[in-house]
Structures are given as C-alpha cells and as structure tokens.
Design a protein around this ligand. Structure first.
Ligand code: ANZ
Length: 847
C-alpha cells in the first residue's frame, strides 16, 4: 500500500493552505467569541532555529485549539526588524541594513510557512517599515506631550564595542553588555528617557492581577526589578551650607545610631561639598578617588563583599534628633541615582556601613538590643546574687558589632534612642517617622530600584526620534502631519560606531528648515527597539491602517492578548515596557485595559548536549531535522517532550519515534472502509468508550498546557483503534471511523499536515483546522464496572467488579456471600455493616 511520506504531504498541503487561508481572523463581521494568541515576534537575524520551532509549536497548539473550540482566533505574525545585529552585519558586509534584514525576513517567512504555524499572513508586519515606525514616532510625541518623555544629561551605560548606550536592563549581572559582551563603562551624555518610574507603583501592584496566569518566576523577577522600598526621608543640616541634605532610609528607627554620612562620589552633591572644603589636599584626594570610581561598574559597586573604599570630604552634618555633628564621606557603595545619593550611616545595624566604619575607624553605636525579646517586655534575666546584676545567658552574642564585624540586623528593642527606648523595631519606625514629620525634618518615603527608561541609541538602524533643535538648542517636536521622519539612504554614510549617531553625518537629512523658516537640526539618535515591541500587539488588528497606530475600538475587542507565548529571557525588559506603554495608552484614553497580556507561557529551551543551542555554539539545525523527519514529527516531538516550560534535551527525545507514530495514525485513515455517513452507534462499544473518554479529557488537558499528556492519550487511542482493525472487525467498523476522525482532529493541533491528509482520506473537504471538536457522549463516559472493596475490621478481604449503578442491597449480598469475607468473619458476630455503593462495604466484627 502507500507509504507515509511527510515531505510529499508538506508539498501537497502548503499551497492548498495558501489558497484556502483557513487561519484568517475575521476582524469585523464575525459573531464567534474571540481569542488573541500571540507568539513573541522574532528577530530576523537568520533562519528559524530549534528555539523558534519549540515556541511556535506550543503557541500554535493554543491557537489551533481555540479555533477548534469555535473561537474567532487572531494569531498574527510580525518581525522585530530594527536593531543592532542588522546594522553590525551590514557594516561587516558593506550592505544596507535594509537588504540584510528583509532577506532574512523572507527566509524566515518561508520556514515559518513550511512549519505550518497557523497564522493569519494577511496581518504580517515589520517594525522597520516606515508604515510601522511612523507610529513609534507618534507614540514618542504622545509621551512627550504628557511629560513622559524628557531629556537629561546623566551617566549612562556605554558599550565600548558597539559604541552605544545601553539600558540598565541590557547590562548583565557580571557588568558586561548583553549585546557585545564588552565590559560596560560609564559615560556622560544627554539622552531621551521615558518616565517609567511614574508608573512604578502601578506596574508593581497590577502584577497581582496576573497571579496564576503568568509564571510565578516572571512575576517575582518583575517585582524585584521594580524593587519598592518603604522607609523615610530624613533632612540633615550641613555646616556651612544653607540647604539641608536629604537621605533615604528604610531604617529611620536607627537614627540615634548614625555616626557619619556617606554620599555617592559621582553625585553633584559630592562635588559641591568637597568644593567647600578649605583643604586642597582633600579636594585632590577626592578628584583622584572619583577617577578611580568611574572605572568600576554599577554591579561591582553593589557587590557587598568588595573591600570598602572612600574619602573624607572635610564637611559635617547635624543629626536632626540629637544635634550630633557627624563627618561626611564619599564612598562608592553609595549610588548616585538611588534615593538621594546619600545615606545616613548606621554601622551597628548595616553591614556595609559597618565594614566602612571598621576600615576607617569610625564610631559604632548600638541602638537596637537584638538580644532582647521582641514580643512582651524585655525578658527578665536571672540576677547574679553576688553582683546583683542581670546575667546574660552564655549563648547570647555580645552586642559588639565593632569587634565581631557582624552588624546587628535582627529584631530587638530600642536602646540609646531617647524617646524610642524600649520600642520594637517596627513601632520605632512608626514613632520616629511621626516625630520627624512633626518637626518638619523628615517624612515617610518610598524608593524604587526601577530607573527611567533610556531610549536614545546612537545608531542608524532604528526609529528616528521626531525632534528638531534650533540654533540655540531649543527643542521643537516634529508636527504629527510631518510623520514619518524617514531614515535616509545609507549611501555615503559611515555606519561604523563612533559614539555619535551616524545619522548626524547625513547632512541632507539632519539639516532642516524649521516651521518658522529658521535653520535647524534633527535629533540624530534613534529609539531603543524595545519601543517598537512595546505596542506591536495593538497593530495587528489593522496592520495597514495609514490613519492611526491602531484602531481603539478593534484593540478593545481583541486585546489584551489572551495567551502570550515566548522565552523567559523577556521576563523583565520587553514585558515591563509593554506593560508600561499599555498603562500610558490607557491613561491617554486609547485603550480600556491596563495589562497587555492576560496569560503568559514561557517555553523551555531546546538544548543539545545539555547546553543552549545558538548560532555561535552550533547544535542541531532545524532545517536538517525537518529534512530527516518532517515538520509534523518535529512539532510533535516538541510538545511530547514534557511540560512546555521544561527544557528539552534533543538527545533525549525521538523525532524518529514521532514520525513512526504519525505513520501509524495516518495508516488508520487508509484502513477505514466505512462511509462518513455510517451510524456511530453500531460500532465496537469498547473502542467507542476509549474515543469518547479522549474527547472528554483532551480539552481540559490542552487548556492546562498538558500537551504531552494529550499526545500520550492519543497514542493509546491509536493503539486501541489498530487493535479493533486487526481483530477481524476490520476497517469497516463504525467505531474505527469515529476513532480515526478523532485522531485526525486531535492531530490537527500538533501535526497539521498528517491531520489534513487523514481528513481528506476520510472523505472530508479541507481544512480539518476549521472543523470543530466533537462533544463526548456522556452515556459512553459511564464506567462499565467499578471495583468495590469489602473490608472486615478495616482490612481489605475482597475486591468485587460491580456495575457503577449497583443497588446497595445487592452489593451487601455479594459481600456476604464472598468466600474470603465469610472466612474473615469466621465465628465472629457482625456488629456493624456499612454499604457505600458502588465502592465499599465495611463490616465490623466482634469476638
Ligand atoms: C540607614 C540604615 C540603617 C539603612 C540600617 C539600612 C539599615 P533598599 O532596601 O535597597 O531600598 N541607601 C539609601 N540610599 C542609597 C544609595 N543611594 N546607595 C546605596 N545605599 C543607599 O536600601 C535602602 C537602604 O540603603 C537605606 O537605609 C540606606 O541605608 C541605603 F540599619 O539607612 B539605610
């Protein structure tokens, strides 16, 4: 007979689908309920790889499933096509980044189509098209109007290899660039920022809405990134300076334990304070220290184990609660852009301050007795009858951080703290905040780890920032009607990174006539590509709309995205930015929801030899695997390997096994001899039960992402069907057709080519993807028998196969007549007998 030939099936069905467009979302007229399923769009840096193959297989199961369940599904595709890799490749090869980018897109597109992702190709978008990036510029102007886009001169993370600024999020934990791998350095530049910090509270609090539908790991990472700290701002007078200096502290309770103040060496405050010192040696010392500090990364500076360094600024502050005069130092463990860039140092209770105090011989004063119990009164200690003094138990550590080197960070009772004495830590925090507030030199305050989003890039291949400057540097936003500000041709431009945007050298482009006729210049920087991806999900409803970024009415009908699928590497950056922009658009009245992605699935990675595959490290090539086993077998292997969020070690799975299984399934359809009109009821009852159990269980399993379990059950169904065919009943049995159709419907989620072919062989028109799932017949779900257990004095003595609807009296009768039960009762007297039909008979016997 014919042979299962996956490549032939691909060649047959791919063009048919192009024609039929079975995956088109109906944006307007459709009455069906809607679902929006979105895979994180891909960066066109080369052809699709195994990682894409996993993510797209998983997302596609979800999209195909909801379609099958009767939903009008929007499952679009786009390309995140601006960015450095295109520019770097273009520089290397001397071509326009456009050429490289669009050639890669074409290649990925062919592969994605072959991979049978059920996307609506009519909605494809590329962020590097002027039709798209025009709306990035529109978005920028909206943020600017709202005061959410601003320019600031500041120290920025500088990638010395790519010669560009990096967002904090792009600096890896070891202080290197996530782009080039170079060690990131600091540089002072005037840059554009988006004021995401205005949204810190909402970004944090709204994560609660996503609990249960986003991976808890991602929620935790977002919370940690936003990093809200609650405490107080305290104002310190400075000798010889009219203005006070404010510090942020999470521990205002320790205010009586402050013995010095530390400011960030790279803050304006440090420079100003040291300039006020009369001692030239102090100023020289500071200057030298600052140079040294600027060579270290933020990550190094936050490393608590690092040897403390610092210099005395020859200035003094006054503690507002006790009037003490404390020296002011500059040290790099204090960061310029956190809190107020200055701290009140409490060495007894803060490890960093203690390390610093020990290094520079500064005083340490304990203000919290961590040996005292927190609840109830200070414990009554045993009194030594000879000395008459309270005796500390031996196992209590002495309150001597200056000598032990261990800061006292635990709970306790306040001491040496005037009005706070005797209070617990939390009560002291409350009390001192009130005291400060009443005296006007402090107040409750919050701080965030989150920084504003730096969006300027000194590179060519991105969205031009729609801002002009006059000769005085005065800023003029480009009028909305003038958008898009198009990227110029690359001809004659040197794209080589030089620390300034290459656009600045495009004379014809950068020099403009201002609206009032004067001469001006364009902002030559381009936007971070995370701007592009922060709102792309809103563009898919009307990707070709020339009048607006997106249609608010359509956006509200479809968004938020019901299921977002993508890698955990986007746990912070992309997701945080998309959440922020969604909230901004909500505030501007463009959308009526505040979270972009209702549910998130992070697929695991595909590993080879235990390590992540990548272009540089090599690994398994997707194209080769597809050539060997076929698309369907690869897709099936991806979903069968385990829970979607787990990594897949490609050596541990069997695409050959998947192909074999698909051939088995396909052969069932070949062997069915009955007509589509055959009466199901006449079929083999046992097989019908297996089929209907599967029909009943599969949807719940898919919805809880147990795709691998669905495949396992499907294998059982295929085996049961084969058994009936081979048992002599043959392919004419109605139950065989019913089971095989069910196999095809289920396979359409995982192995679309095989499923489509089976569906045609079974006598139906394409496409199986448009056919609904079948409802299970409840009468076939009733179990035909259950096991009843008979216990005598708690011990199981008999198991009986009985009907699930057995009468309790009948069950008791069966139990009483069982030989094993009679033996167990022996001469005893039955004192109690409980029947719980159909599962249990429990007999209590005495004597
Ligand atoms: C006094 C104190 C006493 C502090 C104590 C802690 C413990 P989080 O939780 O990360 O918000 N701090 C404030 N601004 C800083 C800056 N710019 N750079 C480095 N450290 C800074 O940390 C807040 C605490 O970190 C603040 O509370 C302050 O030290 C320090 F027993 O103030 B604390």
């Amino acid at each position: 007979g014919p042979r299962y030939d996956p490549v032939a099936l691909q060649n047959k069905w791919l063009p048919r689908w192009e024609e039929l467009k079975p995956f088109r979302a109906d944006i307007e007229g459709d009455k069906r309920p809607r679902k929006y399923v979105l895979d994180m769009f891909s960066y066109p840096s080369g052809d699709l790889h195994m990682g894409h193959a996993e993510a797209f297989a998983l997302g596609d199961v979800v999209a195909r499933y909801w379609r099958q369940q009767g939903f009008n599904v929007l499952h679009p595709v786009g390309w995140d096509s601006f960015g450095l890799p295109a520019e770097n490749a273009a520089i290397k090869r001397g071509v326009d980044p456009r050429e490289w980018t669009y050639a890669n897109i074409d290649q990925q597109k062919v592969s994605m189509k072959e991979y049978a992702t059920s996307v609506d190709w009519d909605r494809e978008l590329h962020t590097s098209d002027p039709e798209y990036y025009k709306w990035n510029q529109w978005l920028f102007l909206k943020l600017y109007e709202k005061g959410l886009a601003y320019r600031k001169e500041s120290w920025v993370n500088w990638d010395p290899v790519d010669q560009t600024v990096l967002a904090n999020e792009q600096v890896l934990a070891d202080g290197t660039s996530d782009r080039s791998g170079a060690v990131v350095v600091k540089k002072k530049l005037t840059q554009w920022y988006f004021k995401i910090t205005d949204y810190a509270d909402r970004l944090l609090d709204d994560l609660n809405q996503l609990e249960g539908s986003w991976p808890s790991k991602v929620l935790a990472m977002q919370r940690n990134w936003i990093g809200r700290s609650v405490g107080a701002d305290v104002d310190f007078e400075i000798e010889g300076r009219p203005e006070k200096v404010t510090v942020f502290t999470t521990r205002p309770d320790t205010l009586y334990g402050v013995t010095f103040m530390v400011v960030a060496p790279d803050s304006d405050l440090a420079a100003e304070l040291v300039a006020g010192s009369a001692d030239p040696a102090v100023r020289a010392n500071f200057a030298e220290y600052l140079t040294q500090v600027q060579k270290s990364t933020e990550i190094e500076r936050q490393d608590a184990s690092r040897e403390k360094t610092g210099v005395f600024l020859d200035r003094f502050a006054i503690n507002p609660v006790n009037g003490e005069r404390i020296p002011i130092w500059a040290a790099d463990y204090v960061l310029a852009d956190y809190g107020h860039g200055a701290v009140m140092a409490v060495p007894a209770h803060d490890q960093r301050d203690l390390d610093f105090a020990r290094k520079f011989s500064l005083p340490v004063r304990v203000v919290l007795d961590t040996n005292a119990a927190v609840t109830g009164a200070i414990p009554v200690l045993p009194i030594n009858p000879e000395t008459g003094e309270a005796e500390l138990p031996d196992d209590l550590p002495p309150l001597d951080p200056a000598h032990t080197g261990q800061a006292l960070t635990g709970e306790g009772r306040m001491i040496n703290s005037g009005p706070l004495d005797g209070l617990s830590k939390s009560n002291a925090i409350r009390r001192i905040t009130e005291i400060l507030q009443a005296a006007g030199n402090g107040r409750a305050a919050k701080n965030y780890r989150l920084r504003d989003w730096l969006i300027s890039r000194q590179r060519f291949w991105g969205t031009p920032i729609p801002i002009l400057y006059d000769e005085d540097g005065e800023l003029i936003p480009v009028a909305e009607e003038q958008l898009p500000v198009l990227l110029p041709p690359t001809e004659g431009l040197d794209l080589q990174p030089r620390g300034q945007s290459p656009l600045g050298a495009a004379e014809d482009w950068v020099n403009v006539t201002l609206p009032d006729g004067r001469q001006g210049r364009r902002d030559a920087d381009t936007m971070d590509t995370f701007v592009d991806s922060s709102w792309y999900f809103l563009r898919f409803m009307n990707p070709n709309d020339e009048t607006q970024a997106f249609a608010p009415k359509e956006a509200d009908k479809w968004a938020p995205v019901d299921q977002y699928v993508g890698g955990v590497e986007h746990a912070i950056l992309h997701l945080l930015y998309a959440r922020f922009i969604t909230k901004v658009l909500f505030d501007l009245g463009f959308v009526s929801f505040t979270e972009p992605f209702s549910a998130l699935l992070n697929q695991g990675m595909v590993l080879s030899g235990g390590s992540k595959m990548s272009k540089s490290k090599g690994g398994v090539n997707l194209g080769d695997e597809i050539a060997l086993y076929g698309v369907d077998a690869i897709r099936l292997t991806m979903v069968f390997a385990g829970p979607p969020e787990d990594d897949i070690n490609w050596e541990d799975v069997s695409p050959a096994g998947s192909a074999k299984f698909l051939a088995r399934a396909w052969r069932l359809a070949q062997d069915v001899t009955s007509a589509p009109e055959v009466e199901w009821k006449t079929g083999d009852n046992g097989l019908r039960r297996v089929t209907h159990r599967f029909l009943a269980e599969a949807p719940g399993l898919v919805e809880s992402f147990k795709f691998n379990v669905v495949v396992a059950r499907l294998m059982e169904l295929v085996n049961a069907t084969r058994k009936v065919i081979d048992s002599g009943a043959g392919g004419g049995d109605a139950a065989v057709r019913e089971a095989t159709e069910t196999v095809a419907l289920a396979l359409s989620l995982f192995a679309p080519y095989t499923a489509e072919e089976m569906w045609e062989v079974l006598g139906y028109p394409a496409s199986v993807a448009q056919h609904g799932w079948r409802k299970a017949d409840p009468t076939l779900l009733v179990e035909s028998s259950v096991t009843a257990v008979v216990q005598v004095n708690g011990k199981v003595r008999e198991r009986l196969e009985v009907s699930p609807t057995i009468d309790p009296a009948e069950l008791e009768q069966l139990a009483r007549t069982s030989a094993a039960v009679i033996r167990a009762i022996g001469d005893g007297e039955i004192v109690n007998l409980i029947v719980k039909a159909p599962r249990l008979v429990s007999i209590a016997v005495k004597g």
